[in-house]
Design a protein around this ligand. Structure first.
Ligand code: FAD
Ligand code: EPU
Length: 317
């Protein structure tokens, strides 16, 4: 049976959100696949959340009551042709790149075209809109290195801004929550595929110590430039387990799903980290919803890795 379609033509389906997240956790919710501005406006008529690549999300096993908006169709397409009115000899400004475009494929394509500025974001499994919204990056570069114009949609208006209009910084675009990054124009520097690849390899190397299991990436932002992973490690928390979630032995700022983890398991580990690390750290993960009912149930107790029955090594994927 074909999926129901909204007044403006958006596909609307109840789906388990686990399949859209890199952690592999999240219950059934109403997903709106919107492919143009009219569909987006309709989806935003009721309370909503916006789902990108799901690579920073911990979603409750009950799902969420709000509409979950996912950009698709033309809002997940890219036009990388230089705009003749905006580009100069030393700088290429592209056509529109949809917020729903997967970032890894875009970065590979830019490398092949020999276009520089965004190669530092290699290996981030986001969509363009989600990566822009939180200015995803690494020590080798971030999204705002390569943005010219950002189109932002709210229930009230659609507006185009430049990075200079926003208070952006480390893992922060300055764009309020639930303002949708619908599409962007990239600002790129002509280079060669070889030179771009060399820089990408450098940034990729920094990931060698990261776990290869199901995870939403780093749990906490680095406070004042200090590695949150190092702080969690120094607190002795590597290998701490709650249910089927584990603080990764490879890198303490990653929580991994050993198979069958629940959102409550992840929340319990986040609480354990907050309780044991003496430095205040800002959460990087997005929790949907922010607090779970019945969090401190026996099923979400943590296991100290220094106790003999603690589970330290998860199965390889
Ligand atoms: P989601 O996880 O789907 O959503 C995250 C937030 O963005 C939510 O609030 C959501 O509402 C919002 N959002 C999503 N799309 C839009 C949109 N179009 N408009 C407005 N808001 C939107 N991050 C780094 O910065 N650097 C890294 O090196 C890095 N490495 C990672 C490695 C792994 C293996 C994993 C799993 C994650 C890693 N991350 C890293 C984290 C993650 O990729 C980033 O946080 C990324 O920006 C999330 O983007 P997303 O599209 O997956 O957003
Ligand atoms: N370290 C430890 N123990 C650990 C983890 C790290 O001692 O468990 C030490 C390392 O040995 C190293 C230092 O801490 O000396 C820094 O570690 P790493 O190079 O892994 O960098 P990071 O600061 O922990 C940041 C980003 C990652 C990004 C990498 C690579 C944050 C919160 N994390 O990690 O981003 O991939 O650099 O550039 O900024 C993300 O944001 O989700 C993410 C994965």
């Amino acid at each position: 049976m074909a999926a129901p379609v909204s007044r403006t033509g958006a596909r609307v389906e109840r789906l388990p959100l686990a399949r859209f997240t890199t952690l592999g956790v999240g219950g059934e919710s109403e997903v709106w696949f919107v492919s143009d501005h009219a569909q987006l406006a309709e989806a935003m008529e009721q309370p909503y959340r916006i789902l990108g690549g799901g690579s920073n999300l911990v979603i409750a096993d009950e799902g969420v009551p709000e509409r979950v908006i996912r950009l698709s169709g033309p809002l997940a397409e890219r036009d990388l042709e230089p705009d003749p009115h905006l580009s100069t000899e030393g700088e290429i400004v592209t056509g529109w790149v949809g917020g729903g475009v997967p970032l890894p494929g875009l970065i590979r394509q830019l490398q092949k075209l020999g276009l520089s500025n965004l190669e530092g974001t290699v290996g981030i499994p986001a969509q363009v809109g989600g990566a822009v919204w939180m200015n995803a990056g690494t020590r080798y570069g971030e999204m705002f290195d390569g943005l010219h114009t950002i189109e932002i949609v709210t229930p009230q208006e659609t507006r185009q801004v430049t990075p200079a209009d926003l208070q952006w910084g480390y893992r922060d675009s300055g764009i309020p929550r639930n303002h949708v990054v619908s599409r962007v124009r990239l600002r790129l520097r002509p280079s060669t595929p070889e030179a771009v690849l060399e820089k990408m390899d450098f940034a990729d190397n920094a990931r060698k110590g990261q776990p290869k299991m199901k995870t939403p990436g780093c749990a906490f932002k680095n406070p004042g430039g200090v590695s949150a992973g190092r702080l969690i490690d120094e607190a002795g928390l590597k290998g701490t387990r709650a249910g089927n979630a584990l603080i990764a032995p490879e890198h303490a700022n990653f929580i991994v799903n050993l198979g069958g983890a629940t959102a409550a398991d992840v929340h319990a580990l986040l609480d354990a980290i907050r309780a044991r690390v003496p430095v205040p750290m800002e959460l990087e993960y997005e929790l949907w919803p922010e607090r779970l009912p019945g969090l401190h149930s026996p099923g979400s107790q943590t296991t100290d890795p220094h106790q003999p029955d603690a589970h330290r090594d998860g199965p390889a994927t």
